[in-house]
Design a binder for this molecule. Structure first.
Ligand SMILES: [Zn+2]
Length: 52
């Protein structure tokens, strides 16, 4: 049986400040807090690589 990884394979990168988040929702909350003046914050999906 596979051990369930704590983090999903996909991370979300904030297009405005390059911060990484585990979920799209966390990213959205971050944007509202940190740069609410950005009307359409980019959200870049990234794959996590355990070795990086
Ligand atoms: Zn940001």
């Amino acid at each position: 049986m596979f051990v369930t990884e704590r983090w999903p394979e996909t991370a979300y990168e904030c297009g405005s400040c390059e911060a990484l988040f585990d979920t799209a929702q966390e990213h959205a909350l971050h944007c509202w807090d940190d740069h609410p003046w950005v009307p359409n914050p980019e959200q870049v999906r990234r794959r996590r690589h355990a070795d990086e």
